[in-house]
Design a protein around this ligand. Structure first.
Ligand code: SF4
Length: 444
């Protein structure tokens, strides 16, 4: 039997927080490989409940609704960003625990490593180096978002035997691991398999998808590259998954990582959640990826409330209409005002609603960002700042020439704004205003 180890590596960054994060792509692949008869093992360095962590005396530091802090160890900053006056961390399991797991995992044929942010590549490389030492006979395959967005960098530098840059890895895996067979389409793949959550010992929450991709083309986003077609998953399959998560895994919090959960709500979100409500599951839902204000009608807001959504995030990015027009028209100010009004009318508290705004994009001024913060202050709900990160392959990437020849470490949202003419003090000032707004909302 072909033995496959799936690995979700560490995060190397200035900061990180577990906002219901799970390696969903890897878990779908796990399920696919199991069905094809492989023996599948999982090493998730970001699993805060791994028994080895508990044995090492590292207990999960939890926050609201299953979110929490990762274990972190300070590491030396890579040379390319050595001048940044901030501390740099390895988030996740200590290296000694990882080595222990690998030593116990003998005679693995293939190791599949996933990757997320392009600027976390150093953690992926270190993981590949350790796997080479501990499992010298294994074939190492690297996939995930980093591998898809900058495959040449991954091929030249990662040390993996194979880099998968296709967004439907089914064909490659089939050929590599289990021999040539009929390959499913992306839609067929996602409707045939569910994330293999049974590979974990314990769950504080679950991340899931009810759709793939996004019908919008925002200039700063790479969603259209990572999922070429937008598709809804079958409702019966989604309900079966929720049934399993709540009944068998006893989960109370589910984060929906859809990019466009409310798009064509009459066809998808509304009928789907009507069926979910009939089941009376008693779970809380969260939308960490943000929802589209445009689609938050009175009916949708009422359904979100009745279905027990507890974390509502709306993507605004900027209240500057010129910005909204040139970045893809995904939202306008009056749509956000309507959405917030509908959500409040439906019963949500102001603390449960948060607006994402962007800061530090190459043509965004500090004053403009302040105006956006003040726009949200007037709405009376929370605000969250997403510091701009240049995403390879996005439309912005083509305009923002100075990042192209720089180390991908500079794509990190914690520092990319420095290359766009912002200072650390200016960004801090925006965060101070944000904190002030949120403090007023919490105390309102
Ligand atoms: S930012 Fe959101 S709405 Fe825009 S393309 Fe990306 S996922 Fe879609």
């Amino acid at each position: 039997m072909h033995k496959v180890l799936l690995v979700n590596p560490w995060i190397y960054d200035f900061s990180a927080f577990d906002l219901w994060s799970k390696p969903l792509g890897l878990l779908y692949i796990a399920s696919f490989l199991e069905k094809k008869g492989c023996e599948v093992l999982l090493l998730d360095c970001l699993d805060r409940y791994d028994p080895l962590l508990l044995e090492a005396g590292i207990t999960p530091e939890n926050r609201l609704y299953g979110t929490g802090k990762y274990h972190a160890e300070e590491i030396r900053k890579p040379g390319a960003i050595n001048s940044i006056p901030k501390r740099f961390w390895r988030f996740g399991m200590p290296v000694s625990c990882v080595r222990n797991i690998l030593r116990r995992t003998k005679e693995v044929d293939t190791v599949l490593i996933t990757s997320v942010m392009t600027y976390w590549y150093q953690g992926v490389f270190d993981m590949i180096g350790i796997i080479r030492e501990e499992l010298p006979g294994a074939n190492i395959v690297l996939g995930g978002i980093y591998a898809q967005l900058i495959p040449d960098h991954a091929r030249k530098r990662s040390g993996a035997d194979l880099v998968i840059s296709d967004n439907n890895p089914c064909a490659v895996l089939q050929e590599l691991i289990i021999g040539k067979d009929k390959c499913l389409s992306t839609e067929g793949f996602y409707n045939a398999y569910s994330p293999a959550y049974h590979l974990y010992d314990k769950h504080s929450s679950i991340a899931m998808l009810t759709s793939l991709g996004c019908p919008f083309y925002c200039s700063y986003c790479a969603s259209h590259l990572l999922a070429k077609d937008f598709l809804f998953f079958a409702h019966e399959k989604i309900i079966d998954e929720i049934e399993m998560y709540t009944k068998r895994l006893q989960v109370q919090d589910i984060a929906l990582y859809d990019d466009a959960l409310l798009y064509r709500a009459e066809d998808h979100f509304l009928p789907l959640f009507e069926k979910i409500l009939e089941k009376d599951y008693r779970i809380r839902f969260h939308t960490p990826n943000g929802i589209h204000a445009r689609f938050v009608t009175e009916d949708v807001a009422a359904m979100l409330y009745r279905s027990n959504f507890k974390t509502i995030r709306i993507g605004l990015e900027s209240s500057n209409v010129a910005f909204q027009n040139k970045t893809g028209n995904k939202v306008y100010n009056e749509e956000v005002e309507h959405a917030v009004s509908n959500l409040l009318k439906a019963g949500f508290s102001r603390q449960e609603i948060g607006i994402y705004i962007m800061a530090g994009r190459f043509d965004q001024s500090v004053d403009d960002t302040k105006r956006t913060l003040e726009f949200v202050r007037c709405l009376g709900v929370k605000v969250f700042i997403s510091e701009f990160s240049p995403v390879p392959g996005s439309f912005d990437w083509r305009q923002d020439a100075h990042f192209k020849n720089m180390d991908p470490l500079w794509q990190n949202n914690s520092i990319a704004f420095l290359r766009n003419g912002w200072t650390i003090e200016q960004m801090q000032k925006m965060k101070d205003i944000k904190n002030d707004i949120n403090h007023s909302v919490v105390n309102s």
